[in-house]
Design a protein around this ligand. Structure first.
Ligand SMILES: [Zn+2]
Length: 378
């Protein structure tokens, strides 16, 4: 039986706490000694990760080894739980990605612990320019529960979240089918009307994917999919707070409209995250330029070609952009996304000891990371 005491300062109260860890779980929480200078939090949770460190879950180059490397890179930045995101492609290619991720979970306990489920973003999204973002138009198709069941068969029921656009005629039926199967349905890349969004929520959709992005440059002033989703109290929204996808005032106003309790930070990182600045050929978007500050643009244009800023850095940016305190922003990267992952992301008696300790300098600097009570990074 392995036991350990972990001491850190709780950002919500400023008070030091001492966690007693036994067999990978938190068994008690006591006041800690005053002289501790590290902050403590549940490990970060990122519900949207396409890849990082030169590796991607998508495309013909996805491999079991690549998945293992992504997990190691995520842990090094304090993320102890994340959803690999498989995006719109041919069914054959999507099945391949799902199989590779399932294989990696079988090959490595650490991968299985970090990856609770896969997020499939697409292929049932808006085919319209702007709304579809970088998803390839030729592979966008109407919802099909038969196809969903083939996804699940290929990966042992590993898909746990689906982002779709409810503008299709039989969207409600599809959403009901997914919710019945225990899947979280998120709305995104959508030009759906207010009524269609309302019907989707009635059918059980509960999330908005990267709200404020995947939209054309000009929209009807109102109604439009932003207002309809912002006003819908049953939708929790995810936001990309990388400093490039949303201006500060937009993030601030949207988080205020939703409330912290219904706001989530995601990185939406692609394979080029963690790579040196330069010009690359990306599988989606072709020639792209990665700048020093993590902006990934189509070469010779200001158009974004994906996100590269890890969630840990988005926390500092979100604090600055929204003017909210660290403890609130941290909840958006732990407890709130954790509600969609069996209530992970909380420091509580009985919870798995997925923890980070860090310094706070206006940036969150990870000091050490535990996964199931095992010290991973020091
Ligand atoms: Zn997207």
């Amino acid at each position: 039986m392995k036991e350990e005491l972990i001491i850190g300062r709780d950002p919500a109260t400023g008070q030091p706490v001492c966690l007693h860890i036994k067999d990978g779980r938190i068994v008690s929480i006591e006041p800690g000694p005053e002289d501790c200078d590290l902050w403590i939090s549940a490990g970060l949770i990122d519900l949207q990760v396409n890849g990082c460190a030169g590796r991607d879950f998508n495309g013909p180059e996805a491999t079991v080894q690549g998945v293992i490397e992504i997990v190691e890179a995520m842990l090094a930045t304090g993320v102890t739980c994340f959803a690999p995101t498989v995006i719109t492609a041919s069914e054959t290619m999507m099945l391949r990605s799902l199989e590779v991720i399932a294989e990696a979970r079988k090959a490595s306990q650490r991968v299985a612990a970090c990856i609770p489920f896969v997020h499939v973003e697409g292929p049932h999204i808006s085919p319209l320019e702007g709304y579809r973002g970088a998803h390839p138009q030729e592979h966008i198709r109407p919802p099909s529960l038969e196809e969903f069941d083939r996804w699940q068969k290929s990966c042992g029921d590993l898909v746990g979240m689906v982002t779709m656009s409810p503008h299709y005629d039989d969207s409600a039926q599809y959403i009901t089918g997914l919710v019945t199967r225990g899947i979280h349905v998120s709305l995104g890349h959508t030009h759906a009307s207010t009524d269609q969004i309302h019907c989707a929520v009635e059918a059980g959709a509960c999330l908005s994917t990267h709200l404020g992005n995947a939209l054309p440059a000009t929209l009807p002033r109102h109604p439009n999919p932003i207002w309809s989703q912002l006003a819908e109290d049953r939708l929790t929204a995810s936001f990309i707070a990388d400093g490039h996808h949303l201006p500060a005032e937009t993030l601030k106003a949207m988080v205020r409209a939703k409330g912290i309790d219904q706001s989530i930070l995601v990185s939406d990182m692609v394979a080029l995250s963690g790579m040196p600045p330069g010009i690359y050929v990306a599988p989606v978007g072709g020639n792209v330029e990665l700048s020093e500050d993590g902006r990934l643009s189509l070469l010779g244009s200001t158009a974004l070609a994906g996100a590269t800023v890890p969630l840990v850095q988005c926390i500092g940016k979100a604090v600055r952009m929204s003017g909210r305190p660290l403890n609130e922003i941290l909840r958006m990267a732990t407890e709130i996304p954790g509600r969609f992952v069996n209530n992970r992301g909380r420091i509580a008696v009985g919870s798995s000891a997925d923890l980070i300790r860090f310094r706070w300098t206006g940036e969150l600097i990870v000091h050490d990371v535990w996964l199931n009570g095992e010290l991973i990074v020091l």
